[in-house]
Design a protein around this ligand. Structure first.
Ligand SMILES: [Zn+2]
Length: 365
């Protein structure tokens, strides 16, 4: 649509401005560190040739790793939630449509036994993507699609962090921190000798001091971020979930629609923000971390690709449609939901057409 173009152009410029500045600063710091510090001071003035070469090689390897991970973060992206058709909650046209035209996909599918819903028990719909929004999915206005396990929009790298590029995001922070540490420690170790040579601190090449300052700022920003994300992974939370419980405590009740196989009814159960804090936590650190970084621990530090594989559904089964993007709730939380139902703490109960299809399927097997 033509009338939207000026706004999009401005937005794109705005979006890429900060990452371009960050990119330029890393390039500048690499030049200042390798040329002005390692070569001019350590190699030539102090004659520590092998140390200077080692530092230059280490810096360039780490800087290339950081750029390589950054590129992958943007190109691989946060992970688009596969399109989920509406659930068969009411008597709909799903079967009739498919019987008229076999090539047309089913307009609705059998709902899973638990799903996040509104207070009426209906799943959450994204009108832009024409898809159901599953648990932990949020629509990104920046990218224009629904993102599985949306974490946050990172202004520094210029993209959204979600389920697919989360491991790369952790690796990006880790290798950035290693780069900052290398620069800060090596400059601090040599600074007294460099100052001694120049008699006074202001005589030292300003590029070295600026690089030291920039890397200290970077280190102080990245380290708390990395540590907090390690904590989020250990407790199976995302940044947006933490923010939601902190800032809008009253506005974020969450409802789940639960299928009780015993009586064949569905129950809509409400959760308060404080109850949701622990909703996805499997209470085993390793299991939680594997949900974010992948099953193969060897790959946690190897910055190549995503732990989420490309996925194409071949059936209209809910699990198959979502594939690796499917969220799992813990047995503990199932028990909490069942306990609430037993005590009568549910918003409403209802019979659902799709569950009768499920019963028929179960009996026919
Ligand atoms: Zn969407």
């Amino acid at each position: 649509m033509r009338f939207n173009r000026p706004k999009i152009t401005y937005f794109r410029l705005n979006r890429f401005c900060v990452p371009v500045i960050v990119f330029a600063l890393i390039i500048y710091a690499t030049w200042a560190y390798c040329h002005k510090f390692c070569y001019d001071q350590v190699y030539v003035a102090l004659n520590h040739k092998s140390i200077a070469i080692g530092l230059i090689v280490a810096e360039i390897i780490l800087a290339l790793l950081v750029f390589g991970i950054w590129l992958q973060l943007v190109l691989i992206g946060p992970g688009k939630q596969p399109r989920v058709p509406p659930f068969r909650i009411v008597q709909d046209l799903g079967e009739e449509i498919s019987s008229i035209d076999d090539e047309k996909p089913l307009s609705s599918i059998i709902p899973p036994d638990v799903y996040q819903c509104d207070p009426q028990g209906y799943p959450i719909w994204c009108s832009t993507c024409q898809s159901l929004k599953m648990e932990r999915t949020h629509h990104s206005s920046t990218l224009g699609y629904c993102i599985s396990r949306f974490d946050h929009y990172c202004v520094w790298i210029g993209t959204v962090v979600g389920r697919k590029n989360y491991r790369l995001f952790i690796q990006f922070n880790l290798y950035c921190d290693m780069l900052f540490c290398l620069i800060i420690i090596s400059i601090c170790c040599y600074l007294p000798r460099i100052v001694h040579q120049h008699k006074r601190l202001p005589q030292v090449n300003p590029n070295i001091l600026i690089t030291l300052g920039l890397d200290c700022v970077g280190f102080l920003m990245v380290t708390p971020l990395l540590l907090s994300h390690i904590y989020y992974m250990m407790t199976n939370r995302t940044s947006i979930e933490i923010l939601a419980t902190k800032r809008h405590a009253k506005a974020t009740q969450t409802w789940f629609c639960y299928y009780n196989a015993v009586d064949g009814y569905r129950y809509v159960v409400e959760f308060l923000p404080r109850e949701m804090q622990d909703f996805w936590n499997k209470h085993k650190i390793l299991i939680n971390i594997k949900e974010f970084l992948g099953q193969n621990a060897f790959m946690w530090l190897i910055p190549i690709g995503s732990n989420i594989e490309d996925h194409d559904a071949i059936t209209t089964n809910f699990d198959d449609i979502l594939g690796p993007y499917r969220e799992t709730i813990s047995q503990r939380f199932r028990e909490i939901i069942e306990h609430k139902i037993e005590k009568g703490e549910y918003v409403k109960s209802m019979r659902v057409y799709g569950d009768r299809c499920r019963d028929t399927l179960d009996h026919s097997v």
